[in-house]
Every structure is written in C-alpha cells, then in structure tokens.
Design a protein around this ligand. Structure first.
Ligand SMILES: [Zn+2]
Length: 324
C-alpha cells in the first residue's frame, strides 16, 4: 500500500571520492542526476533536481546520518529547472546552507517568477506542476555569487568554479580536486546510460533555448579539457571517464549543427524548426548507429526525442539572433 507518507524512492549510486549520484526522478529514471559530496563532516549538493526531488534527497541524507546543519552548500550549475528547480525548497529544509550560483543566475533564484512563467509558457500549467512542482524563492542574503576562478572549501576538498557560457550564460562548472573531476551541468553534453556501447558513452551536445551560443560552447568545452580532468560528472547522466575524446565528439557535433543551421536558412523561416528537428535527429541517430547503439529508431526516439526537439528550438533561436 502506498500513502503520502511512504518514503520517497531512493535511486543512488556511490561513485567513490565521497561522491554519490542521486536520481532526481524527473520524468524517467536515468534522465537527470544530482550529486552529494561529502568530506570531513561537511556536505554539498551539486544540482537539486526539481521541487519533487526534495523528499528523496532528505531521505538519503537521513539514511547517511547527515544532520541538516552539515549541508553547507547547494550548488546548481545553472538556473534551468532540471538543475535548480529544487533550490528554494531545499534551502528551507537546510537552513544553514549557502546557495552558490553563477553571478548571472543569482537574481532568478531570489525571484523565480520569470523562471516559473517561462517554464509554464513552454510546458503549460499542468505539465509544469507534474514535472517541476513549484519553484520557491531564496533569501538574497543566503546567496553567494561565484565569479570565474572562485573557490570554496568543503571539509578536505577544494571546489573551483569556472565560468562556462554556451549552453546558457548563467552556467558554471565545478572542479573537484579530490576526484580530479568536473561537475559539468549541461556544458559537457548528455550521455544517457542506455546509449553506451563497448565504444564507451554516446555523448551529444545540448543546445536548449534561449541562450545557446555555439562558439562559446565550443570554447567552454576546450577550457574544461585544458584543466585535464580525469572524469566528468554529467547531470544527464552520470560519470564519464577519459573526457578528451568525448569533448572532441561534442565540438565536432556543434560544428555539424552549424552546417545544418546553414542549410536550414535556405528554408522559409517557419520551416526552420521542423527542418532542424528532422536533420538533427537523422544526424544524431546515424552517429548512434556508428557508435554501435543497437536501439531501433523508436527506442532512440524515446531516449533522445525530447532533446532533439529542444536542440532544434535552441538552434532556431540562435539563428534568429544572428539575423540582422
Ligand atoms: Zn539540463
């Protein structure tokens, strides 16, 4: 029997280095992760999932014997709601936590009306409620904006923040010296576990509206690789090792997106989005085949369809921004 008081489902994985990957539960398993970092009696969350993810996070901390005051930092990589939707609710549950956020994202979490209205405009009120639940404001005096190069200590670990525009202008990545890893949010693309093969993870860029900037994203990926990380902790989804070839694959795909955008420009403007959706889908599914993915087109569509739609929308928004 289930009841409103039933413990939230916990799907998590201990990755070593005092890092636990938690499934946010958004839409489907294996879609959006968040990470618990522990060191010397202190802990932090990188990403928050949505407002619906909060009970599962609380349950895990309780299970680990972590008292609320031990949660020192809540760190969304950017203010899109699959990364930051749970911030306000979590800040209420963990009254000693400080919110670390990109300087360009801070005001949107203090006053999330615009974020909320934007998501409702895209998804409609019903789907917004189902997927995101709510977005609660955060007290401005609990927010610390992290400039490029800023650092904080968490127990024995040092976290360094790197400004990484391209997916969004309010995006940073978090470098963790202890794991020689980076929490990359959406900057270092998406690699869903269902698509991994003997050749490794199948990685694709995410070009969500409305701030996608292809050159900036390519530069940010190069910047991350120049830090010589051994692993990337992706929000979508999980840890990937040996990032250099994956970064090259992302940069190459962003280049291919630009060629597809150039072809789309020959179409009437109202045809741009459907044209882009079809072309990006064909291109990406063909790459998946070359990578050794054995999923059929329907199964690929179930895993990647939403991202192909969002990538087409984001690329179209960028194209319009380039039209004088
Ligand atoms: Zn995301």
């Amino acid at each position: 029997m289930t009841s409103a008081n039933a413990p939230a489902t916990l799907d998590y994985d201990d990755l070593g280095f005092g890092i636990t990957r938690i499934d946010s539960g958004m839409i489907r398993p294996g879609l959006a992760a968040l990470y618990l970092l522990q060191s010397g009696g202190e802990c932090a969350l990188v990403e928050t999932g949505t407002h619906h993810s909060i009970p599962a996070i609380q349950a895990l901390l309780q299970q680990r014997g972590i008292a609320p005051p031990q949660l020192k930092y809540i760190i969304p990589t950017h203010v899109h709601l699959d990364h930051a939707g749970g911030v306000g609710g979590l800040m209420q549950c963990f009254p000693d936590a400080t919110l670390l956020v990109h300087p360009k994202g801070a005001r949107h979490l203090v006053d999330p009306a615009k974020l909320k209205a934007g998501a409702i405009a895209v998804y409609g009120a019903d789907q917004f409620a189902r997927v995101y639940g709510d977005v609660i404001p955060v007290d401005a005096d609990r927010v610390q904006a992290m400039e490029d190069g800023a650092q904080v200590n968490l127990g024995d670990r040092v976290l360094t923040f790197h400004d990484t525009p391209g997916h969004a202008r309010h995006h940073f990545c978090v470098q963790d010296a202890l794991s020689n890893g980076l929490f990359t949010g959406d900057t270092f693309g998406l690699a869903y576990p269902e698509l991994a093969t003997a050749a490794g993870p199948f990685i694709i860029p995410t070009t969500t509206p409305v701030q996608f900037d292809p050159q900036a994203l390519q530069q940010s990926i190069k910047r991350l690789l120049a830090l010589q990380p051994e692993r990337m902790f992706l929000t979508h989804y999980g840890v990937v090792e040996h990032p250099a070839p994956l970064g090259s694959a992302l940069i190459e795909q962003i280049g291919a997106y630009l060629e597809i955008a150039a072809r789309a420009r020959r179409e009437p403007t109202e045809q741009w989005e459907p044209f882009l959706r079809q072309q990006l889908t064909d291109y990406t599914f063909a790459r998946a085949g070359h990578h050794g993915c054995t999923l059929d087109t329907d199964a690929l569509q179930r895993v990647l369809g939403m991202d192909m739609e969002l990538n087409a929308q984001g690329l179209a928004v960028w194209m319009r921004s380039q039209t004088g």
